[in-house]
Design a protein. Structure first.
Length: 644
C-alpha cells in the first residue's frame, strides 16, 4: 500500500514537472471577427495570426527529450483565390510520432461558426517526395470569413529545426515560441530586425519572437524568394551536453569529410587512369581534371536514392551507379590517383537556402561540389551540363563549408574568379531583299561560361524537337514569322580542353514582319533583332533583394545595309545610356547603345553587362532602369526612307 502511494506521488510530481504547454494552450472559446485595414481588404487573404510553438521537455523517468509542436493560425479570406488557398489543410507527418490533437473552424461574416469534424481527416502518402500528410477540407468558408486552425504533434527528437514565418500572403502577426526550460538551446531569426525576448511559460524558460505586418512573399524577377523568407532556426539538447557551433562543424568534417579523402586508391581506378589520360601527352591539372570529369559523367549514373549500396565504392565501380554522396567518393579516388589537390565543399542552392557559417543548419549542406584550389575551379559532380570551371550558378554567391585533405575546414563565399566568364558576342549583318519585303539576318555568335555549358548540353543530349525550339531561342527570339535558313554550331563538345572556349553559332534567318510599309518608305523594327528582353515595369513595391542568375556581358554589333535609293532616319532612338554605379563610381551594370554612319551602312554597337549577381534593393530603381533600357531598345524602330 505504501509502495502504491509512493508511486502515485512520484507520478504526480513527474507529471507536474513535465507538464506541456500545449495541454493548456487553446483558442478563444467564442471567436471574434477581426476588422481589416484598407490595405488588408485588398488582399485575397490575410493571416491575422500565425503562431508556431516548439516545446522540448523531458520524458517520463528521464527517457530522453520529447518535442511537441503546435501551430495556431487565423486567416481572413476575402475572395475565391483566398478561399482556395486555405480551404484544404495539409499536416506534414514527416518525423511525427503522434498527431495529438487537431481542430479547425470557420467564422462567417454573420458570426456563424462551423467546426471541423475529425472523422474527415484522410492520409496521403509520399506527396511529391515530401513524405506523408494528414489532409482535410475546411467547410463553411465564404468570402469575408475567417478560418482558424489549431493542432499539436509530437515529433521524433531532433536537436535542430527550422520554421518559416513568412508566406505568399500577408501576415498581421507572426509569433514563434521556443520553450526549452533549463536545456541547452539557441535560436536565430533571419531577415528581420526583430529579436527574441526571454520569457518564462509555466516556469520554463522560453524564447519568444513576435513580428508584425509581414508582407506577402511574391515571385519577382532577379530574386530568390523562397530563400528570402523570414525564418527561424533553433537547436536544443540535454543540459549535460554543451554543444558549440564549432563542434557541429567538426562533426560534419569528421563524419562526412573523412569519407572523401582516401588513403589508398582502388586498384580498378588505377587501371582506369591509363584509359583516361594518355601516357604520351603532357596535360595540365586543369586538362586532367576535365578529362576525368567528362569520363565519370559519361560512364557513371547518379541515382536519387539513399540505398547504402550506392555509396559503397566496390559496388559503384561494378554497377557504374552511385548516389549524390557516392559519386563524390568516385571523384575523390580518381583525383587522388591523378595527384590533383582538391577540397570538398558542402553548401546549398541559394534559391532555396542561404548558408550561414555562424549557425549550424543541415539545410545548408545539401549540395556537394569539389574545389581545385591550384586551379581556382570547381567540379560539379551531379550537374551533367558542367565540366571543370566556375561553380554552378545556383551556388554562386552562397557560402560553403570547404574541407581540406588534412580535415581542416574553412568557410568562404563561392565566388566567380573570372569576371568575364559568361559572355555573348554577336555580330549581325542585316540586308533587305530587292523589293524591300523581307529582311535577312546573318549572325555570328560566341557563347561562353554558363550559357555555353547549358547550350552544349542541349546540342548534345536533347531530342531533336527540343533542339528546334532551341534554334529559335538563339536566332533573334520573338520574331514570329522568321524562317531559319541555316544553323550551324561549332565547339559543341561538352569537354573543352581549352578553358572557357566559346560555343560558336552561325545562322541566317529571314523575316517579313520586321518591316512595315509607310507610304514609299518602311519602318524597320531594328530592336527586335536583339531578341526578347526582360523588363521590370512592376508597379508594386519591390520585396526581394536583387539577385542575378550570374554576372554576364553582351556585346552586339548590328550592321544595317541601307538599300540604294533610301536613307535611314530616326536613328537617335538607338542612343541609350543607362548605368548603375558603385559608390566609387565604377559601373556595376549598364546598357549602352550607339550608332555611326559609314556610307550606306548604319553600325549599331551595344554593350550590356552585370558585373555582380547581387545588387542593393535600396537602389532598385537604378537597377531596373538598366534592365528596362534593354527592353526599350527591343521596341526601337527606324525609318528606311525613300530619297525624293
Amino acid at each position: 500500500m505504501i509502495k502504491n502511494i509512493a508511486f502515485i506521488f512520484l507520478l504526480a510530481v513527474t507529471t507536474v514537472s513535465n507538464a506541456q504547454f500545449y495541454k493548456t494552450y487553446n483558442w478563444e472559446e467564442t471567436p471574434q471577427k477581426h476588422e481589416l485595414t484598407e490595405k488588408e481588404a485588398k488582399e485575397s487573404s490575410v493571416a491575422i495570426l500565425k503562431k508556431h510553438i516548439v516545446e522540448y521537455t523531458e520524458g517520463l523517468f528521464n527517457q530522453g527529450l520529447r518535442v511537441f509542436e503546435t501551430k495556431h493560425t487565423i486567416v481572413h479570406v476575402n475572395d475565391d483565390k483566398g478561399i482556395n488557398r486555405h480551404n484544404t489543410v495539409y499536416i506534414p507527418m514527416y518525423d511525427v510520432k503522434n498527431l495529438i490533437d487537431v481542430k479547425a473552424r470557420t467564422i462567417t461574416t454573420e458570426g456563424k461558426v462551423t467546426n471541423f469534424n475529425k472523422e474527415n481527416i484522410k492520409e496521403i502518402n509520399n506527396v511529391e517526395e515530401y513524405g506523408d500528410f494528414k489532409i482535410f477540407a475546411i467547410e463553411g468558408a465564404e468570402k469575408g470569413s475567417e478560418i482558424e486552425l489549431l493542432y499539436t504533434v509530437e515529433k521524433e527528437y531532433d536537436l535542430q529545426g527550422s520554421e518559416t514565418l513568412q508566406a505568399d500572403y500577408a501576415v498581421r502577426e507572426a509569433q514563434f515560441i521556443f520553450i526549452t526550460g533549463d536545456f541547452n538551446a539557441d535560436a536565430k531569426a533571419y531577415r528581420t530586425h526583430e529579436t527574441f525576448n526571454i520569457d518564462y511559460i509555466d516556469d520554463k524558460k522560453a524564447r519568444v519572437l513576435t513580428i508584425k505586418d509581414i508582407p506577402a512573399m511574391i515571385e519577382e524577377e532577379y530574386a530568390t524568394p523562397k530563400a528570402n523568407n523570414i525564418a527561424v532556426v533553433y537547436q536544443c539538447f540535454p543540459k549535460e551536453q554543451n554543444i558549440t557551433q564549432e563542434m557541429f562543424w567538426n562533426n560534419v568534417v569528421n563524419n562526412v569529410g573523412r569519407k572523401f579523402f582516401p588513403e589508398e586508391v582502388n586498384d580498378i581506378i588505377k587501371g582506369d587512369i591509363k584509359n583516361i589520360i594518355a601516357d604520351d601527352k603532357e596535360y595540365s591539372d586543369y586538362q586532367k581534371a576535365t578529362l576525368l570529369d567528362d569520363y565519370i559523367k559519361n560512364n557513371f549514373t547518379i541515382v536519387k536514392n539513399n540505398n547504402e549500396e550506392l555509396t559503397d565504392l566496390t559496388t559503384i565501380l561494378e554497377n557504374k551507379s552511385a548516389s549524390d554522396f557516392g559519386i563524390i567518393k568516385i571523384y575523390a579516388h580518381y583525383l587522388k590517383a591523378l595527384n590533383i589537390p582538391y577540397e570538398v565543399v558542402l553548401t546549398a542552392n541559394r534559391f532555396e537556402h542561404k548558408f550561414d557559417p555562424e549557425f549550424f543548419n543541415p539545410s545548408g549542406l545539401r549540395n556537394f561540389v569539389i574545389y581545385l584550389p591550384n586551379e581556382e575551379k570547381y567540379i560539379s559532380p551531379d550537374r551533367i551540363e558542367y565540366r571543370v570551371g566556375e561553380a554552378p550558378f545556383n551556388l554562386l554567391g552562397n557560402y560553403g563549408l570547404f574541407i581540406t585533405e588534412t580535415f581542416e575546414y574553412y568557410f568562404s563565399e563561392i565566388i566567380q574568379t573570372d569576371a568575364n566568364y559568361s559572355t555573348i558576342n554577336r555580330k549581325t549583318n542585316i540586308t533587305f531583299n530587292d523589293d524591300i519585303e523581307s529582311v535577312t539576318l546573318e549572325q555570328y555568335q560566341e557563347y561562353t561560361g554558363h550559357w555555353a555549358s547549358t547550350y552544349r548540353t542541349v546540342l548534345n543530349l536533347y531530342p531533336e524537337e527540343m533542339q528546334v525550339e532551341f534554334q529559335d531561342q538563339l536566332t533573334s527570339s520573338g520574331i514570329e514569322d522568321k524562317v531559319i535558313d541555316s544553323f550551324k554550331s561549332d565547339n559543341i563538345d561538352m569537354a573543352q580542353m581549352d578553358y572557357n572556349k566559346p560555343l560558336i553559332i552561325n545562322s541566317q534567318i529571314t523575316s517579313e514582319s520586321l518591316l512595315e510599309e509607310a507610304g514609299d518608305s518602311y519602318i524597320f523594327q531594328i530592336g527586335k533583332v536583339i531578341g526578347l528582353q526582360s523588363e521590370l515595369y512592376q508597379e508594386t513595391e519591390r520585396v526581394n533583394p536583387i539577385e542575378m542568375m550570374y554576372p554576364n556581358q553582351y556585346d552586339y554589333v548590328l550592321t544595317i545595309n541601307i538599300p540604294e535609293g533610301y536613307v535611314a532616319e530616326g536613328l537617335d532612338a538607338l542612343n541609350i545610356n543607362k548605368s548603375y554605379k558603385s559608390v566609387k563610381g565604377n559601373k556595376l551594370c549598364k546598357f549602352e547603345s550607339s550608332y555611326e554612319l559609314k556610307g550606306n551602312k548604319v553600325i549599331v554597337t551595344i554593350r550590356e553587362f552585370y558585373k555582380s549577381n547581387v545588387y542593393d534593393i535600396a537602389r532598385y530603381e537604378e537597377f531596373r532602369t538598366v534592365i528596362n533600357a534593354a527592353s526599350d531598345f527591343n521596341k526601337a524602330a527606324i525609318l528606311i526612307k525613300a530619297i525624293e
